[in-house]
Design a protein around this ligand. Structure first.
Ligand code: AMP
Length: 282
């Protein structure tokens, strides 16, 4: 059915990885929740630049969704995903059942400080990153991969996972990849398929407004006014804005001027029932 090796247990994955390592090959992991698009495939291609073997994990992780979020209706397109991974020449898929990742009695979470605790996503999804970090920690130790590739699309997540891997000596190198976008600038996302045609037409406003804001900041316009104007432009366009902020690109600490260091603009906005996030460098 799948046309690609599918590991459903940790033991099966570890056995294959041990064989690859014994043959002197490096292994890269690409963690995903499935519903794969070109952005995910770009992660596979990037992984292939670092390692001879690439495993893509597909796991819709319940602990990173709050009770009111879209865990149940998150798109699940396993056969389609496998076809895309065959075309991308990935070596294997790790597709564990929920009970294998969270067996009865599971009682551990990774507690995060630093970039996970500076607001942004954390303000709106307070238990999200502990769920992400816990599952990533498990995936890294389960797979014993040498590399894991993450998209800048989820910029705060990238910083959280990079910090955790270093702090816990997980022995894995986190490789970042720039965000893939549609031709009109909308960041590719599995959640874009929720958008009605009308909302899909509006969605590129987010990237456009961030680009204009970045240009203003590079031009040394007043940061507070420029950010406030950009926030208003998004709200006026019809979005409910969770946040649009200028932060230090590495620590994610708030910044007050261009002199505070490399700046990243990060936003989350809702349209209809869909929540979109994006970010760009200044
Ligand atoms: P997801 O399955 O969408 O939660 O994400 C799995 C991985 O794909 C994460 O590392 C994301 O940052 C990455 N990703 C998602 N969308 C994109 C995109 N448009 N460009 C690059 N990476 C992406």
């Amino acid at each position: 059915m799948a046309g690609i090796t599918v590991f459903e247990s940790v033991a099966a994955m570890r056995e294959a990885v041990a064989g690859w390592h014994a043959a002197g090959e490096k292994v890269a992991l690409v963690p995903t929740m499935g519903a794969l698009h070109e952005g995910h495939i770009a992660l596979v291609t990037e992984a292939q630049r670092h390692a001879q073997r690439v495993i893509v994990s597909i796991f819709v992780n319940p602990t990173q969704f709050a009770p009111h979020e879209d865990f149940k209706k998150y798109p699940r397109t396993f056969d389609d995903d496998c076809a895309k991974l065959v075309a991308a020449k990935a070596d294997a898929v790790f597709f564990p059942p929920v009970e294998a990742m969270y067996p009865a009695g599971f009682a551990t979470r990774v507690l995060l400080l630093g970039p996970a605790a500076v607001g942004l996503e954390d303000r709106f999804r307070p238990t999200h990153f502990e769920g992400v970090a816990t599952i990533c920690c498990k995936l890294f130790t389960q797979s014993r991969a040498d590399y894991a590739v993450f998209g800048e699309k989820d910029y705060q997540q990238l910083k959280v996972v990079t910090r955790m891997a270093a702090d816990l000596d997980l022995g894995i190198t986190i490789v970042p990849l720039a965000t893939l976008r549609e031709d009109d600038g909308l960041a590719m996302s599995s959640r874009n398929r929720y958008l009605s045609p009308e909302h899909r037409a509006l969605a590129p406003v987010l990237h456009r407004v961030m680009q204009e804001l970045a240009a203003k900041l590079r031009n040394r316009d007043d940061l507070f006014k420029a950010v406030a104007d950009a926030q208003n432009a998004i709200i006026t366009a019809g979005f409910e804005l969770d946040y649009l902020e200028a932060r230090h690109a590495e620590t994610l600490a708030p910044v007050t001027s261009l002199a505070d260091g490399p700046i990243r603009l990060l936003l989350a906005a809702r349209i209809g029932a869909t929540r979109l996030i994006d970010n760009i460098a200044v």
